[in-house]
Design a protein around this ligand. Structure first.
Ligand SMILES: NC(=O)C1=CN([C@@H]2O[C@H](COP(=O)(O)OP(=O)(O)OC[C@H]3O[C@@H](n4cnc5c(N)ncnc54)[C@H](O)[C@@H]3O)[C@@H](O)[C@H]2O)C=CC1
Ligand SMILES: O=C(O)[C@@H]1CCC=N1
Length: 272
């Protein structure tokens, strides 16, 4: 990778997303000596991770750092406060890589001018190397930098490349926010089990194991989800009875379409 102790990889914002990626990188054995974390409000968990791996930390970007890559993982609403403090750490070959929802390339260009910039949309399963990150590089991003992005992001899951910035908002609605939909669906399955009469703890155990097991089966088999669904569904059996409800006009598909559209709309609003 192109970063080194002399030109460190700087992670600005080690919160839920930046922290998940950092945990993934540490699990993958990425050299902690070439990483610097800039974040004034570290959680105790991330503080402990930094201590464990001896990763450098500063509350704000130090004056004497020129970075190989700056990964920006702060809230979109923080950009105008945070980006000016990063300008001194950039030269023409620094790569700005942003994970922020909604924040357009033009926002980075406002502060950094023409330096290579890429937007990406990861998700929190990066923490366990099961993320998927979509990347949109601007024309200024060199092949070597693309290679570095690939290495960094593939260390925490799959990587897909986009050829249009507009697609980032759509990806945000599907896979960036998507883990929350799955967690919520797990909560609703648990609640439904409890409503049906199971003890809460047992309903939770069943719901979590079912979602994890179904995900793992999709992952390992590589089979189309529709086929896997059909494999569970005996003609005129119990699953068919449930799917009649879930696949009805008031079922999951119209709600999911509406939910993703709402996320995409919000991403566009964040662009300002
Ligand atoms: N949470 C998620 O699942 C995903 C989040 N994202 C994006 O990641 C970005 C961060 O989101 P989260 O991690 O969820 O938020 P978060 O609130 O957990 O993390 C933000 C971090 O920024 C730090 N911070 C605040 N002020 C700062 C400053 N002046 N300089 C440096 N760091 C500062 C905070 O202390 C915190 O650790 C957002 O732009 C979001 O759109 C993208 C994909 C998924
Ligand atoms: O909720 C959010 O805005 C961020 C972006 C994708 C996931 N979390």
């Amino acid at each position: 990778m192109t970063f080194s102790k002399e030109r460190p990889f700087v992670l600005v914002g080690a919160g839920k997303m930046g922290g998940a990626m950092l945990s993934g990188w540490m699990a993958e054995g990425i050299d902690p000596a070439s990483i610097l974390i800039v974040d004034p409000f570290l959680s105790p968990e991330i503080g402990a991770l930094l201590k464990k791996h001896g990763i450098g930390h500063a509350a704000q970007m130090p004056d004497d750092v020129v970075s190989g890559i700056i990964l920006v993982a702060v809230k979109p609403q923080m950009m105008d406060d945070v980006l000016p403090g990063l300008v001194s750490a950039c030269d023409a070959s620094t790569l700005i890589l942003s994970v922020a929802a909604g924040t357009p390339v033009r926002k980075f260009q406002k502060f950094f001018g023409d330096i290579p910039t890429a937007r990406c949309m990861p998700n929190t399963p990066a923490m366990v190397k099961r993320g998927i990150t979509a990347v949109y590089p601007t024309e200024k991003v060199t092949d070597e930098q693309k290679n570095t992005i690939s290495q960094l992001l593939s260390a925490v899951g799959k990587v897909v490349w986009l050829d249009s910035e507009d697609q980032i908002d759509l990806v945000t609605g599907v896979s960036g926010s998507g883990p929350a939909y799955v967690f919520y669906m797990t909560e609703t399955l648990k609640e439904a089990g409890t409503a049906a009469g199971l003890p809460e703890e047992l309903a939770e155990q069943l719901a979590i194991a079912t979602v994890c097991g179904a995900g793992e089966l999709m992952h390992q088999s590589g089979e189309d989800p529709a086929i896997l669904r059909k494999n569970v569904t005996s003609p005129n059996g119990t699953t068919a009875a449930a799917l009649d409800v879930l696949m009805s006009e008031r079922g999951i598909q119209p709600i999911m379409t509406e939910a993703v559209a709402a996320a995409v709309k919000r991403a566009k609003e964040l662009a300002g």
